[in-house]
Design a protein around this ligand. Structure first.
Ligand SMILES: [Zn+2]
Length: 339
């Protein structure tokens, strides 16, 4: 995101920020916070505001002043009392050395203000050794250090870690808030409202994801993947070919799209409203599948896709081609009459 884009306020985060500010003023901040919520709703923006507020030397109401020495250091990425832990280059994991280093950092006194901040993002990227090391830090917290864990996959964290953090569940914007926010973004502001609405539907209301879809042309990509799926199901394209196409850099998106399509098909079957299937070109296909295979099979396939997505995001490195081929063979089974 550009600097200009980052400055567009996420108004739906005001309330949780206000709650954080109240805790700070009341001296009731926890040692560790676990910030969770769906991907693309603005967790990073929330944490960015929290970090600035926590380190600012002269906050103004619920916001950092933006002018003090601490604020300027945070802005320049130079604040000595702030650490970000992320997977290092090429790795998908946060490892024990990083956690140990942050524990040593937490044990020292603050350089500038009264507080130090450590952000772990995404927290589910910690491997088991790192998680156990963090657990020790959580059991014996250092005074004056605020630990912020971020995740959109709560299941990827040890229950013992989850229970030692104060949870902050962020929710996304309303449709109006999201459209309003998108209209202030250079990549989206000249697009018709119905296109913005479709991008929000396809991203399950997450505005940052919607923006990414618009920016990277991923709506067209999603449409062409769906068309390819239809070809496979009609047996006019071999599944190996589709599997090859889909094993690209967007594979995690593709799996989450597939999950979303299955959910739309189920929802539409319950509601009787075909508009619950957002991409109109696929409505006939999904109603055929529901009638043919029944809702249970769709639920099963959805669960399978969720499991594969979790594996893909996790530390294992599955064979992508085989993953798709196996999923597509389940799709093909949905086409065989069974009711
Ligand atoms: Zn400040």
């Amino acid at each position: 995101m550009t600097l200009e884009e980052r400055k567009v306020p996420c108004t739906w985060l005001d309330k949780p920020i206000q709650q954080f500010a109240e805790q700070m003023r009341g001296g009731t901040l926890p040692h560790a916070m676990l910030v969770c919520g769906a991907r693309g709703i603005g967790k990073h923006q929330f944490v960015d505001r929290v970090v600035r507020l926590a380190l600012c030397l002269a906050p103004v109401e619920d916001a950092a002043c933006g002018e003090c020495k601490a604020c300027r250091l945070v802005e320049g990425g130079l604040h000595a009392d702030l650490r970000y832990l992320q997977p290092e280059d090429k790795s998908t994991q946060i490892k024990i050395d990083a956690i140990r280093a942050s524990a040593a950092f937490a044990a020292k006194s603050a350089f500038l203000g009264a507080r130090k901040v450590v952000v772990i993002s995404p927290a589910d990227a910690m491997n088991i050794n790192a998680s156990n090391a963090l657990l020790k830090t959580l059991e014996e917290p250092s005074l004056g250090t605020l630990l912020i864990l971020m995740t959109d996959s709560l299941g990827g964290l040890l229950p013992t870690i989850r229970s030692r953090c104060q949870r902050v569940d962020l929710s996304g914007p309303t449709q109006d808030q999201a459209i309003n926010w998108l209209q202030q973004m250079p990549a989206a502001k000249n697009l018709p409202a119905d296109e913005l609405a479709l991008s929000l539907q396809l991203s399950q209301g997450a505005p940052f994801t919607a923006l990414e879809y618009l920016d990277q042309n991923l709506i067209d990509e999603q449409k062409s993947m769906l068309a390819e799926l239809a070809q496979v199901l009609k047996r006019t394209q071999p599944s190996t070919e589709a599997a090859l196409h889909w094993s690209d850099e967007w594979i995690q998106y593709r799996l989450s799209w597939m999950i979303h399509w299955l959910e739309q098909a189920v929802r539409s079957s319950y509601s009787g409203n075909e508009k619950d299937i957002y991409l109109d070109t696929s409505r006939n296909m999904f109603s055929y599948i529901v009638n043919n295979a029944g809702l249970h099979s769709l639920f099963d396939l959805r669960d399978r896709c969720i499991k594969e997505l979790r594996l893909l995001k996790g530390t294992s490195n599955p064979n992508k081609q085989l993953l798709w081929e196996s999923l597509l063979s389940e799709w093909l089974q949905l086409m065989v009459k069974r009711r």
